[in-house]
Design a binder for this molecule. Structure first.
Ligand SMILES: Nc1ncnc2c1ncn2[C@@H]1O[C@H](COP(=O)(O)OP(=O)(O)OP(=O)(O)O)[C@@H](O)[C@H]1O
Length: 581
């Protein structure tokens, strides 16, 4: 356990210092008790011998003073340590998570990450500091007392060893049961956290459906957590009682043996009193161990969860990363990919080319693999077979930082930070000057939104950008892509209905993205205007390429794209007719 804790913290010296201080205190306590024997022997006699007792009394006073100094030194170290250790570990976890493939961030993994970073790290740091000390004391103090007792009476020392062995067995049993209960409870608690995230995200749907108490799945998760907690408590109770009974029986045995030794003249009254004091101090920390063991197990489980998260594999890093690409062409060569846990391939042998300086619209029915193509280009995941090449280089060989630098992604649901428009845009390029900021805003048609807002560039967009509409948020993301001078922009056009003004602005902004001669734009298109403005169209179906060509070529062939265009046309006429009614 100590080794695991030591490995977990990047700078564990603080923890080591604290444990060393605690261990010294425990040994000093045991030694102090040992000094009681010669002192009592000399003083509790028919003719007290103060001369013999004096050096022991002086040594005892020095030990007490040393103990006090150690206590004064160790308590501020302990206070500071928990906070410092938690902060260290959180930074380490955050650094690790930021290297994980973006495909890892599912709702359940996000809940797991949140629990590990908040609850597990906080508790582990607190426990490492607070129970590390008592755990060391509870083992080192009895061990020192056993050693001291051998010098007074070997029979009592052997009894202490027997009690310790039985207590150890009972403790192990209690520990195993509480460990299982803790793991089950944590799984149930993580499920509750996952459903809580879902509850927050799905509020509009739940309210529309009148499900103010959440879905049946959410309620079942809460019930499961309650039941797991109750069952864990019930199972942990019996071994707890067994252990307490062992320690109590130990007290009776020590008392009986001390009385027997005294009555049979094997030890003096002073030695019997000293043995009783030693017995009491031996059994007391042993009794405390049962309270510690639950916490120790919880700490072990927390460490395991933290270690598991740290062991989540990042995407394999290239041995000799390619540091730059010449042009921003994208090519998929015979790409096969199945999502982790998926049962059929999302892409089943896709070969495609997006040339630099062109805009390609991806179309196809829901589930045909459009989003997957963009995710593989951005290396959210690695392909199972085939290759994704950017600038002629397999993305697996490209320096990951270069890939991130070259690519900008405009999601359907753009996330904005609760900050000003300016700062949200500056994220893409912190050093951009005003001329660049304004040019990017104009190209993304964001300038007219900014002009309307009460504080212009300084308007706060609210949590997750709630002050802006979906189309306006997409315009911010497009402006970011332009400001970043990303040579590859992957857009998932909003599929929900936008008001006509927003729709025209977003379509225009996407078209402006494609105006840069060296930029490759891939857009999952949901609007006829976007399709019409694209240089090429790729139609996907069930993870395969169905058609590729310019919009006019594909219209002429009368295939899937032509059918889709007719559907869009009909829908547009319905909307126009509906609006005119
Ligand atoms: N994270 C995921 N885990 C498992 N399977 C997934 C995941 N994302 C997508 N899939 C599956 O992969 C296939 C392709 O999905 P993809 O999202 O690429 O389709 P799409 O054409 O973008 O669909 P839509 O237009 O509905 O967004 C589908 O069968 C889908 O169920």
């Amino acid at each position: 356990m100590i080794r695991r804790l030591y490995r977990l913290w990047p700078q564990p010296r603080l923890l080591a210092r604290l444990w060393l201080l605690t261990a010294l205190q425990a040994v000093l306590q045991g030694a102090l008790l040992g000094m009681l024997v010669p002192i009592l022997d000399a003083i509790v006699a028919p003719e007290p011998d103060f001369a013999t007792a004096t050096p022991w009394l002086v040594a005892g006073a020095v030990a007490v003073a040393l103990y006090a100094v150690l206590s004064v030194v160790s308590s501020p170290v302990g206070f500071a340590a928990a906070g410092v250790l938690a902060a260290q570990l959180r930074r380490r976890l955050m650094r690790h998570v930021s290297t994980l493939p973006l495909g890892w961030f599912t709702a359940d993994n996000k809940a797991r990450f949140a629990r590990v970073v908040t609850a597990d790290v906080g508790n582990a740091a607190h426990l490492a500091v607070t129970i590390g000390g008592p755990a060391i004391t509870s083992t080192l103090l009895p061990a020192t007392i056993v050693a001291v007792t051998f010098a007074v009476d070997w029979r009592m020392a052997v009894l202490f060893c027997v009690i310790a062995a039985v207590a150890y067995w009972a403790l192990q049993r209690a520990a195993r049961i509480s460990a299982i209960a803790e793991i089950e409870l944590e799984i149930a608690a993580t499920a509750v956290a996952g459903r809580a995230i879902e509850l927050g995200q799905a509020q509009p749907v739940l309210r529309a459906a009148g499900q103010v108490d959440g879905t049946p799945r959410m309620r079942a998760t809460l019930e499961n957590h309650r039941e797991t907690y109750r069952e864990g408590m019930r199972r942990a109770r019996r071994p707890f009682f067994v252990y307490t009974a062992v320690v109590m029986a130990g007290f009776v045995a020590v008392l009986s043996l001390a009385a027997w030794l005294l009555l049979n003249g094997h030890v003096s009254v002073a030695a019997a009193v000293a043995l009783l004091v030693l017995g009491a101090r031996f059994l007391q920390p042993l009794g405390n161990l049962i309270d510690l063991i639950g916490a120790l197990r919880a700490l072990t489980n927390q460490i395991t969860r933290i270690e598991d998260l740290l062991a989540t594999p990042t995407l394999p890093a290239p041995v000799d990363p390619v540091p730059a690409i010449a042009a921003a062409d994208i090519e998929l060569r015979d790409v096969v990919f199945t999502y982790p846990g998926g049962d059929s391939p999302a892409l089943a042998g896709v070969s495609l080319r997006f040339r630099a300086g062109t805009t390609t619209a991806l179309v196809g029915p829901s589930g045909s693999g459009k989003t997957t193509v963009t995710r593989l280009v951005a290396r959210f995941f690695d392909v199972d077979a085939g290759q994704v090449r950017v600038g002629g280089v397999d993305v697996r060989d490209l320096d990951p930082a270069v890939l991130l630098d070259e690519i900008a992604i405009v999601f359907q649901d753009v996330y904005l930070f609760d900050d000003t428009i300016e700062n949200n845009l500056r994220l893409a390029c912190p050093d951009a000057d005003w001329a660049e900021m304004e040019a990017a805003a104009a190209a993304a048609r964001l300038d007219e939104v900014i002009a309307r807002l009460p504080n212009g560039w300084n308007t706060c967009v609210g949590e997750a950008g709630a002050q802006l509409s979906g189309g306006e948020r997409q315009r911010v993301a497009i402006a970011r892509a332009i400001l970043k001078k990303a040579r590859i922009v992957l857009v998932d056009e909003a599929s929900s209905a936008l008001d006509p003004e927003n729709e025209a602005a977003v379509t225009q902004a996407i078209a402006n993205l494609g105006n840069a001669p060296d930029r490759t734009v891939v857009v999952i298109a949901h609007r006829p205007a976007t399709l019409a403005a694209a240089d090429y169209v790729v139609s996907l179906n069930r993870g395969r390429v169905d058609e590729i060509g310019t919009p006019s070529e594909l219209l002429a062939t009368g295939g899937a794209f032509a059918r889709l265009s007719r559907q869009y046309e009909r829908a547009r006429h319905w909307r126009i007719a509906g609006a005119g009614r």
